[in-house]
Design a protein around this ligand. Structure first.
Ligand SMILES: O=P(O)(O)OC[C@H]1O[C@](O)(CO)[C@@H](O)[C@@H]1O
Length: 482
């Protein structure tokens, strides 16, 4: 989803270009953008700064990844959706409408393309968020949220980027929800399917590697690292590292990995492997991306079940397509079916085993909650979705996968990198918490003193490249008496 095929058409469409010029005082090239505000910056009051410490991530700060996302990445996502709809028009009409209604479906498709173009224009011109006025099941939640945003934080570049990104993806989905013919269409279904089918070598390698694993902390630690590195769907295609890293982990799992900035595997192991036998030990996975990442989630969950670390793993999926590659119920089931029917015997066997786990209640799909596709940071869960919060309280460990979950845990704030994670959670601690995430934005906490500074000197893009990761743990036991 990262490549664009459209030419920018207006000033607001122009990507940020940085033209190297010679400064007067030295022969060093400097960037014009450092000297001049662009028309865009002036119009939308963008400041040429990094995100200040303790501020929300926002497109307001030009030197932030949030700005890059709003200015360059999200318009491309929308352009690609429009391109796909235009390209697949005939196929879609045939799939979703009978002959009798083909013309009406074509008209509707045109309207949807128009709505997406309008959303893109609103994004590029920092327009305010609009209420939801259709049949969205979570309409009230969203409208309530929008109405409580302070005046100056209700548009794309003024809002926190968490809110802006969530709003954009929610609006995109609402165009389908409110359609007649395309209600059940998923703009990103094919992208998600390819995220698995294009990576079957990795699926097979991981399957073979994890058969007959020992029940030990070392193996568990490896699996956590493999799983954390699998969180790569969203990382820009400039990072060849992404593909390689997982292979490296598979090939040389014993090697110390200085790209894992925090590794609390031992604490997670202790939390699950406490000697006291328990009748029920449930682990919850708050899933992120479909494809190879979801497969690697199944592998980690399988290990937990088979080694007695959990009696049940409950998977939380998104209520509807979300952030391009997030797992929905359909993706979850499609993945299991695809694996179980695969021509490769080993893959089909593992697919069938996972289906059996589902039958036996060792794997479970959690009830669908709109909280995961809301704009809310997780600390608000006890108030906005008390039922979900209390269901997580019965879990031994809640595993949060990926970047967006991490940002929601930390409220999308640019914390001091050494801030304790438990502080950043702002009281959100339904149970023990584990996060497995590649670092893709400036939101991070829990690093040792000096690590952030050293990385910034060595690699200024360390926070956004996706080539560093964290395996973090927050102990919820004291509070809840586990
Ligand atoms: O799939 P993940 O790990 O949640 O990553 C997606 C997120 O990462 C980003 O690319 C950077 O924060 C966001 O735009 C998006 O929220």
């Amino acid at each position: 989803m990262e490549s664009s095929s459209k030419e920018p058409s207006s000033e607001a469409d122009q990507p940020e270009e940085e033209h190297p010029v010679k400064s007067d005082s030295s022969s060093q090239p400097i960037k014009i953008s450092r000297l001049l505000r662009t028309e865009f910056d002036a119009k939308y009051q963008i400041v040429n700064l990094q995100t200040p410490l303790n501020a929300f991530m926002s497109g307001h700060y030009k030197q932030s990844f949030a700005f890059h996302t709003l200015r360059s990445r999200l318009p491309v996502v929308l352009t690609n959706v429009i391109d796909t709809l235009t390209r697949d028009k005939t196929e879609l009409v045939a799939q979703f409408a009978s002959n009798e209604f083909a013309q009406a479906a074509r008209e509707e498709l045109k309207i949807i393309i128009g709505l997406i173009s309008r959303l893109k224009y609103e994004l590029q011109t920092d327009k305010p968020f609009h209420n939801f006025t259709g049949e969205e099941p979570d309409r009230e939640l969203w409208n309530n949220f929008i109405s409580h945003l302070p005046d100056g934080e209700r548009s794309f570049y003024r809002a926190s980027s968490l809110h802006a990104e969530c709003y954009l993806h929610r609006k995109l989905q609402s165009f389908l929800e409110n359609s007649i013919f395309l209600k059940s269409y998923d703009f990103f279904a094919k992208v998600k399917e390819h995220a698995l089918t294009d990576n079957m070598d990795d699926v097979l390698a991981l399957t073979k590697y994890t058969r007959r694993s020992e029940n030990s902390l070392e193996v568990f630690d490896e699996l956590l690292r493999i799983n954390m590195w699998s969180n790569c769907n969203d990382v820009a295609s400039d990072t060849e590292i992404v593909k390689q890293t997982n292979r490296q982990v598979l090939e040389n799992v014993a090697a110390p990995d200085e790209h894992v900035l925090v590794n609390q595997a031992a604490e997670i192991w202790r939390c699950l492997d406490n000697q006291k036998p328990k009748k029920q030990k449930q682990v919850d996975f708050i899933l992120d991306n479909a494809g190879y990442e979801l497969f690697s989630d199944f592998i980690l969950a399988e290990f937990m079940i088979e080694k007695g670390l959990a009696t049940k793993v409950r998977f939380h999926v998104k209520a509807h397509p979300w952030f391009v590659t997030d797992v929905t119920e359909r993706d979850f089931k499609w993945t299991l079916e695809y694996l179980s029917q695969h021509a490769d015997y080993i893959i089909s066997l593992i697919g069938k085993k996972f289906l059996q786990f589902l039958d036996e209640g060792k794997f479970e799909l959690a009830p669908i909650s709109h909280f995961w596709t809301s704009p809310h940071a997780f600390y608000s869960m006890p108030h906005t979705d008390p039922e979900l919060y209390s269901s997580l309280q019965s879990s031994k460990l809640v595993v949060f996968k990926g970047e967006l979950n991490y940002r929601k845990l930390l409220q999308d704030v640019c914390w001091d990198t050494t801030q304790e994670m438990s502080t950043c959670l702002r009281g959100f601690l339904p149970s023990n918490i584990c996060v497995l995430r590649r670092v893709k934005s400036e939101v991070i906490s829990g690093l040792a003193e000096g690590v952030g500074q050293a990385l910034s000197r060595q690699d200024p893009r360390w926070m956004v490249s996706g080539s560093y990761g964290v395996i973090q743990f927050v102990d919820g036991s004291r509070e809840f008496g586990y």
